[in-house]
Write a protein of this length. Structure first.
Length: 316
């Protein structure tokens, strides 16, 4: 246990130091570019114009930023994936399928059920949950400020949001894998052993509240974040979880192998980043597979299922 803890701390230190170096580089380059070169004060001006156009109606601004923009990001991204899932085309997407032979094409009856549930979760659970969040953000007093946060501060917030989401998601996800809760709640999500993007929010209402929504909402509520930061974070979180469930290991995008393996095996890979899985030993089986070797950003065009294929099964 001591050796495992030391390894986990060493990995965490490596990730932290690498992130710190990247953050410093961003502060000295990208943030400067974003705030000074990109049409001068473009983002600040655009925000003020939008704020004035909405006549400072904070509730409407909050709904647009926290609900409409993330929803459009989710369905815009998943709309492209759904075309590939249903038609099997274009091949420049489908050739990167992780579980070969699965969802080829997708079962339309299961798909309609997933879309219906995803929409119901968004409109009847996520949307009402924004009401108490609005009053919390209004209490903070920073959310609708006429002055945007700096790009550097947004990067700090993004890091904090990610850590909070990882901790809350990992432990609530493991909780719903308890046999009783799994049978009555989480089993719905695991109907898809080979997931697709829209399945990311195909879940029982209780799970959608506890594991999908609260881990993402908590960070901004703790930080008292600006609505622009909230909108960007919610959109990023929805697109990222869609990538994790999409079933395609596409070039230049984060690897979905980790969570795809969870849907395949059920009792591995509960988290998002993988640090807590390593610490708790819930990725031990995953690390012994070809999927672990493929768990990296694809920088070329050759599918990793071809360059790192599964080992042939032994003859009976």
């Amino acid at each position: 246990q001591g050796e495992k803890l030391w390894d986990a701390l060493r990995i965490s230190a490596y990730v932290f130091s690498t992130g710190l170096l990247m953050f410093t580089a961003l502060v000295n380059s990208v943030s400067w570019y974003m705030q000074n070169i990109t049409l001068g004060n473009f983002w600040q001006t655009a925000w003020l114009e939008f704020y004035n156009h909405m006549e400072g109606d904070e509730w409407t601004i909050f709904l647009i930023g926290a609900a409409l923009v993330p929803t459009l990001a989710f369905w815009g991204f998943n709309g492209i994936l759904l075309v590939a899932d249903i038609t099997g085309k274009p091949t420049f997407i489908t050739r990167y399928r992780i579980q070969l032979g699965k969802n080829d094409p997708v079962d339309t009856k299961k798909l309609y059920k997933a879309i219906y549930t995803a929409l119901a979760n968004q409109f009847f659970i996520s949307l009402p949950m924004l009401v108490p969040m609005f009053y919390i953000m209004e209490w903070w007093g920073n959310t609708f400020s006429k002055e945007l946060p700096t790009f550097q501060w947004f990067l700090v917030e993004l890091s904090i949001f990610t850590v909070i989401e990882e901790i809350l998601f990992y432990y609530t996800h493991r909780l719903v894998h308890h046999p009783f809760l799994y049978k009555h709640i989480h089993k719905k999500h695991h109907e898809w052993t080979a997931p697709i993007g829209v399945v990311s929010i195909y879940a029982h209402p209780i799970e959608h509240i506890v594991s999908n929504t609260l881990p993402v909402m908590t960070g901004p509520m703790i930080m008292g974040s600006h609505i622009v930061s909230i909108s960007a974070w919610f959109s990023l979180a929805l697109v990222t979880t869609s990538i994790s469930h999409c079933g395609y290991h596409l070039p230049l995008l984060p690897s979905p192998e980790f969570h795809d393996f969870h849907h395949l095996k059920f009792n591995q890979c509960y988290g998002v980043l993988g640090v807590l899985d390593f610490l708790h030993g819930t990725d031990r089986v995953f690390r012994q597979t070809k999927a672990f070797e493929r768990h990296k950003v694809l920088l070329g065009l050759t599918p990793l299922s071809e360059s790192i294929p599964e080992s042939p099964k032994r003859a009976e």
